[in-house]
Unconditional design. Structure first.
Ligand code: AMP
Ligand code: MG
Length: 398
């Protein structure tokens, strides 16, 4: 069976109590059905989707996938083989707007000016509540003309708004009223890694607020979308909507409207039984701890391959020791200069190498957990993506 979900379904079927000949028959009939779906014209695909009360928008490959998935679910549930892919009961979409200029230096302190959130229930397959609050920036209290034009947020709006600390408190109260995280499992959703790893983390640091636990893991919808539809590159919000035959509703770069549109994409993915897991994580660590972990694993690999000998091994050992030394004597490479950062930058520019595409198969897997700590001056945000770390800047926009 084909499709990103298919291996899971195949596994579910293989694990079921169904007699082997029934399993074989089922796979055979699905294969035949899929063959027919592949041969359908666009009109036939739309008619079949309509008949089954399914969304009819999107490119041809999206329609084919949607219909095949529908038949797969229908056939397998008729023999009581239920999907092991489960949704979280709630998904919380956020999309921050921040202060900006036409060109932003790498160390420009973006401050959040709009804090919106959209709560999606996977059971109701609907948006059930929204939160929106503007935020008064403190380092750069005057918005640039570019920022006002981009976001539609006026100077008067931010002047009258609360500071980040107060808004965050109100947001967390709103989350508590919905029992999010305490009573109900909820997955945070963003479009790209920047909202949390750059804007939210930077803002917590600027405001001297402890980085909240709920914000350390999230689902980057670009990755889930790309993996599910087997696309060769990441699509931005507009691109994802177009692929699904949908139009942007509202005003682009209004945080709440952006979040609502992300939620619309999420709802289509829920309807299609796409896997929706946490796929990015932010770890706040001292540079030196990260270097030390990397160097000790590199040392272990070299030891294994060279039988413990060689110049290289000695050099790695020394470097590893240097990273345990007091801060003043350490000269560790900044993540900004690492190859992972370069790879991440090239990804942001939409330049995808073959190796990158192969790695995407692992993207929906959340990385192994490691100890997190609160932000302090020595710490840097480390974004875990594809089980790799990288620092990042929202420099380039796809
Ligand atoms: P978005 O979610 O795409 O609306 O972007 C979030 C924030 O990223 C905006 O509020 C800006 O601070 C920044 N941003 C987005 N697009 C641009 C751009 N073209 N140039 C500079 N900053 C941008
Ligand atoms: Mg936005």
């Amino acid at each position: 069976m084909e499709g990103p979900n298919s291996s899971t379904w195949y596994h579910d079927l293989a694990q079921s109590d169904l007699p082997d000949d029934e399993k074989r028959d089922l796979v055979r009939s699905l294969t035949l059905l899929f063959g027919k779906v592949h041969q359908m014209s666009r009109g036939e695909l739309v008619a079949n989707l309509k008949e089954n009360n399914l969304h009819t928008g999107g490119s041809r490959d999206v329609l084919v996938k949607r219909l095949k998935n529908h038949y797969r679910v229908q056939k397998l549930s008729s023999v009581n083989v239920l999907p092991s892919v489960k949704f979280a009961p709630y998904y919380l979409v956020v999309d921050f707007e921040a202060t900006c200029n036409t060109v932003n230096a790498p160390d420009y302190p973006h401050e959040i000016i709009e804090f919106p959130a959209v709560l999606v229930s996977s059971k109701d397959k609907a948006i059930i509540d929204t939160f929106q609050s503007y935020v008064r920036p403190e380092i750069n209290p005057t918005l640039s003309d570019f920022c006002i034009q981009l976001t539609g947020i006026t100077q008067a709006t931010v002047d009258a708004a609360d500071t980040f600390e107060t808004v965050l408190q109100k947001f967390e109260e709103w989350m508590s009223r919905h029992g999010l995280h305490s009573s109900h499992k909820c997955i945070l959703v963003t479009d790209g890694p920047w909202d949390m790893a750059q804007f939210f983390h930077g803002q917590c640091k600027v405001a001297g607020v402890t980085y909240p636990t709920w914000a350390k893991r999230w689902l980057n919808i670009r990755k889930s979308f790309r993996n599910y539809y087997k696309k060769r590159m990441h699509y931005n919000l507009k691109g994802m909507l177009e692929t699904l035959g949908m139009e942007f509703e509202g005003r682009p770069h209004c945080g709440l409207d952006d979040a609502k549109n992300i939620a619309r994409i999420l709802l289509v993915l829920i309807e299609e039984h796409a896997p929706l897991h946490i796929n990015e994580r932010l770890t706040l660590k001292d540079y030196r701890s990260r270097e030390k972990v990397l160097l000790s694993s590199a040392t272990a690999i070299v030891q294994k391959r060279t039988n413990g000998m060689g110049d290289l091994l000695e050099r790695l050992r020394n470097a590893s020791l240097a990273c345990s030394a007091p801060k003043s004597s350490v000269d560790c490479t900044s993540p900004k200069n690492t190859s992972s950062q370069k790879e991440n930058d090239s990804k942001e520019r939409g330049q995808h190498t073959k190796a990158k595409q192969e790695e995407s198969a692992n993207e929906d897997k959340a990385p192994e957990s490691s100890s997190d700590s609160d932000p302090n001056e020595d710490e840097v945000p480390i974004l875990w993506t594809n089980n790799k770390f990288s620092a990042l800047r929202k420099q380039e926009y796809i």
